[in-house]
Design a protein around this ligand. Structure first.
Ligand SMILES: Nc1ncnc2c1ncn2[C@@H]1O[C@H](COP(=O)(O)OP(=O)(O)OP(=O)(O)O)[C@@H](O)[C@H]1O
Ligand SMILES: [Mg+2]
Length: 513
């Protein structure tokens, strides 16, 4: 048998699932439905992944890595383990390999080559590209990168006939995503997306850690957070785990204990009440409320238009999270398998792409950021969005410009992501030099084309147009449509050889700030 799998590659936990006989199933790893996204390197060069690695966070914190998804897309991040240097992509690929190997065993050594991997809706193009690279490094053919909220909506909405507007509120360990989708049959149309790539349950733990550390400093004079050395690292890890345990307890009880018999020579024995905990995390919950409001605005909807709010991710078990959703929008729906729905949606999508007669899912996504290039107005540089945020993709859009000096030999295209007119405030993604040949005294028309594929990865093309009459329709189109390129006509000129093109997949390795 051969299966295409769905993988939720989470900050704290990962899940792998398949779709068969009309439903999605989680494949168990080490007897559990979720696997910690933790990798540990042992002295004898063996690599542990999952539950066994998580146990080593305390014993061997220097050689054990957790929450590395937070650094996906950061090309300067390197983990030094012994003599090895590992990137967040390498770590993700080790996690993916372990998931797939375990799944193969669960499926009587079935073959698994194809996968849909989920990513936060708010992931940037470079973060997505890195996730895809991790999949490839793990030997997988990545059928699609699917935004986590869309995956959750698919798992929830499959085969529900009614036309519904859903809001998915996904608060995991490290990321927060919110999406509004329209669901009709098995057609999922994203209306708007938003979120915060750096907000999750880890931050709730750290808020408790801060709170305890203040008390500890007052009692002992030791600043636990600033202490150096292995003992302090272990102490902080132990405190973080105690904080997480207390947090989870507070999802059920009104008080919890944080107890560590020996923390750098002193005991910790503190009680935290639900009210105290809620006030620690309130600023973060308010940030999620702001995100919900802004996504509603982007979708041009109000709270009453939302038929259902679906909660996804372990951190939605916090009662204060459920309360803020109820207050802002409506009483939310919580699935029994809040930890598995994302992987289930990915498995359904994988099946739809791999074996279309098994299930037929149609998804259209929206961009969460604007993409464009730097252009010149006189001598002032400004950012020109070519694919505005909240554009449905896959899509292909372009803009027309001109050389600015006579006999100019090349045009520099600087690709950015952001919402600001001032290029200094946006993120620089990469650039492409287009030689102008032969250089001309006239202003030479040049174009920039952005193709955003189904995975949300950018393919950028720069074009030099001829100075002949065949360019006239393109110039006319651009002047009627605020500079936008007629893509069909441009492609026709490229095919006929009249226009010259140069393409690249945007690699965000060049980072300005
Ligand atoms: N009962 C609970 N109450 C409160 N928080 C919980 C509970 N159970 C799990 N969590 C928290 O949920 C988080 C993990 O959630 P989840 O497994 O959905 O994240 P993830 O998918 O790994 O992360 P992300 O989606 O951000 O990449 C952790 O911070 C964990 O402490
Ligand atoms: Mg998740």
């Amino acid at each position: 048998m051969t299966y295409a799998v769905g993988i939720d590659l989470g900050t704290t936990n990962s899940v792998i699932a398949i779709y068969r006989r009309g439903s999605a199933e989680t494949l168990r790893i080490d007897g559990r439905s979720t696997m910690p996204s933790v990798v540990s390197f042992r002295d004898d060069t063996s690599i542990l992944v999952g539950q066994s690695a998580k146990s080593r966070l305390l014993l061997d914190p220097e050689n054990t890595l957790a929450s590395t998804k937070r650094f996906m897309g950061d090309r300067s991040k390197n983990y030094k383990i012994g003599s090895n240097s590992l990137t967040p992509v390498n770590i993700a690929s080790l996690i993916l390999k372990r998931l797939v190997e375990s799944a193969r065993k669960e499926l009587d050594n079935a073959e698994i080559w194809d996968a849909v991997i989920t990513v936060p809706a708010y992931f940037t193009e470079d973060q997505k590209e890195d996730t895809k690279r991790a999949g490839e490094e793990a030997g997988l053919n990545v059928l699609r990168l699917l935004p986590e909220p869309t995956a959750a909506a698919i798992a929830y909405g499959l085969d529900k006939e009614k036309d519904q507007t859903l809001m998915v509120y996904d608060l995991g360990g490290g990321t927060f995503d919110v999406s509004i989708l329209n669901v009709t049959g098995n057609r999922f149309t994203v209306k708007a997306v938003g979120g915060d790539g750096n907000l999750g349950g880890d931050d709730f733990d750290l808020a408790i850690v801060d709170w305890v550390s203040k008390d500890f400093k007052a009692k002992t004079g030791i600043n636990l957070l600033a202490e150096k050395g292995k003992a302090a690292m272990s102490a902080r890890q132990r405190l973080k785990e105690a904080a997480e345990t207390a947090k989870i307890e507070l999802s059920q009880s009104d008080r919890a204990m944080i107890t560590i018999p020996d923390c750098l020579g002193h005991p910790i024995d503190l009680e935290i009440t639900l009210a105290q905990y809620n006030s620690l995390i309130e600023p973060m919950l308010l940030r999620t409320a702001e995100c919900m409001k802004s996504v509603l605005r982007d979708a041009k909807l109000s709270g009453e238009d939302i038929d259902r709010v679906i909660l996804v991710g372990g951190s939605t078990k916090n009662r204060a999270v459920q309360e803020i959703v109820a207050r802002e929008i409506r009483e939310p729906f919580t699935s029994e398998r809040v930890d598995e729905v994302v992987a289930h949606g990915a498995a359904i999508m994988a099946s739809s792409l791999y074996a279309p007669d098994s299930v037929d899912i149609d998804v259209s996504e929206k961009t969460s950021h604007s993409l464009g290039i730097i252009m010149l107005d006189g001598s002032t540089e400004f950012f020109k969005p070519v694919i505005p945020r909240q554009t449905t993709y896959p899509c292909e859009l372009g803009v027309l410009g001109f050389t600015t000096t006579s006999r100019q030999e090349q045009v520099r295209f600087q690709v950015q992501r952001g919402e600001e007119k001032n290029p200094d405030r946006n993120t620089h993604l990469g650039e492409l030099m287009l030689p102008v040949s032969p250089p001309q005294n006239d202003q030479v028309p040049v174009g920039a084309i952005f193709a955003l594929d189904a995975d949300g990865i950018i393919h950028f093309t720069a074009v030099q147009f001829p100075l002949t009459g065949s360019v006239t329709p393109i110039l006319n189109h651009a002047s009627n449509h605020d500079g936008s390129l007629d893509i069909m006509a441009t492609k026709a000129l490229i095919v006929s050889g009249e226009a010259k093109e140069q393409s690249t997949t945007i690699d965000s390795g060049v980072t300005k700030k």
